[in-house]
Design a protein around this ligand. Structure first.
Ligand SMILES: NC(=O)c1ccc[n+]([C@@H]2O[C@H](COP(=O)([O-])OP(=O)(O)OC[C@H]3O[C@@H](n4cnc5c(N)ncnc54)[C@H](OP(=O)(O)O)[C@@H]3O)[C@@H](O)[C@H]2O)c1
Length: 342
């Protein structure tokens, strides 16, 4: 199976590492016969080789020089857009940055192009699913290819796989949870007495908050995630700009202290609930009772709860997700396509 990677940042590089220099450590990947035939970035150059790129060499270039070098085999000036349109590949893997302002573009167009060409698409980027799930799924179905995005919410934890494969006959009526690890870490640290600004700096140092943390602290990342869930699992048609959204930017340590005195914890809760024919989505800080399951999710942890009509509530939690979990979500999708199991 031939794949092209759009984006070679934290997630792309971790996937490349797992599939090359660390592959021996993961015997479960033995049957994944995958050739990466192109890698495209915004500012670090692009490389293409129809026979399969040397991923260790690609990693080395980025680690040593911060970019692909013109003397590398396959170095070219091709953009991701052109690659999606003209290259010979079986699956396009979208690992570029989430963009709310542009409505999920250009990732959305990359995926649409691939699907229209009857190529599979896998996305860790939430944007295309949050803004255009039904349109993309319809093209995928018409063309007989897969559009999968397990790592878009809770990394590799089986959320979409579970909803698709393990809840046959159930209607999901409500989803709620803590879906943004960065804000959960910040709120946990604020409970321990440090300011929001200090907690953001810590999260940046530890590598899980971006240089511009607004997507996290203003609730945009969480809004995109609840849309992905509502669209893909509850058949909603909603985008992040339509979610009732309040982030944690204005939360102070004094307020957190008052919440703790009431034996509660402040959590940024995402929810999607069926009300009649509509799905109502919200992202907001909520005071959760100390004994509630969500209160036990600390630091970079995340949790999701699905309520269905037939099967009682199911909770999936993640303790301290890292880039391997995200990379796994993408690899799981690739294996699904490779094994043609769904
Ligand atoms: N990190 C996580 O733990 C995690 C978890 C779940 C989901 N995700 C999602 O996975 C995706 C990748 O995350 P990441 O942490 O790897 O991000 P990242 O480190 O910021 O890397 C993003 C990559 O995308 C490239 N890119 C951006 N726009 C592009 C374009 N128009 N054409 C080609 N390449 C483009 C960037 O190129 P340059 O290097 O040249 O800028 C970079 O290589 C994001 O959508 C993120 O939300 C991440």
């Amino acid at each position: 199976m031939k794949a092209i990677l759009i984006g070679f940042g934290n997630v792309g590089r971790t996937i490349a590492r797992i599939l090359s220099v660390e592959r021996q450590r993961f015997p479960g990947l033995q049957d994944l016969d995958l050739k990466v035939v192109g890698i495209f970035t915004r500012t670090r150059g692009s490389i293409v080789d129809d026979g399969g790129l040397d991923l260790a060499c690609a990693l080395d270039a980025i680690e040593q020089h911060g970019r692909f070098l013109p003397e590398m085999k396959g170095y070219c000036g091709m953009s991701a857009k052109e690659a999606a349109e003209v290259l010979d590949y079986d699956v396009l893997v979208e690992l570029s940055t989430l963009s709310i302002d542009t409505g999920g573009e250009p990732a959305l167009s990359h995926i649409k192009t691939a699907l229209q060409r009857s190529k599979h698409a896998v996305s860790a980027n939430k944007g295309p699913v949050a803004f255009a799930y039904h349109e993309l799924k319809k093209i995928a179905d018409e063309k007989g290819v897969k559009f999968l995005f397990e790592s878009a919410v809770m990394d590799g934890a089986p959320v979409f796989n579970m909803a698709r494969n393990c809840l046959k006959g159930c209607q999901v009526e409500e989803i709620d949870g803590i879906l943004n690890s960065t804000t959960n870490y910040i709120l946990t640290r604020m409970e321990e007495g440090i300011s929001l600004e200090e907690a953001v700096r810590e999260a940046q140092k530890m590598g899980f908050a971006e240089a511009d943390p607004s997507n996290d602290i203003d609730g945009w990342d969480a809004a995109a995630k609840i849309c992905v869930l509502a669209n893909a699992i509850m058949d909603a048609e909603i985008n992040p700009k339509e979610v009732k959204r309040k982030g944690i930017r204005d939360i102070t340590c004094e307020y957190i202290k008052v919440v703790r005195q009431k034996k509660k914890c402040l959590k940024l809760i995402c929810s999607a609930k069926k009300v009649g024919t509509q799905v109502i989505t919200t992202v907001e800080p909520v005071e959760v009772d100390e004994g509630h399951f969500f209160a036990s999710v600390k630091g970079e942890g995340a949790v999701i709860r699905l309520k269905t009509d037939l099967m009682g509530p199911i909770i999936v939690t993640q303790e301290a997700p890292d880039l391997y979990d995200t990379a796994y979500g993408v690899i799981d999708d690739l294996l699904t396509i490779h094994r043609k199991t769904i």
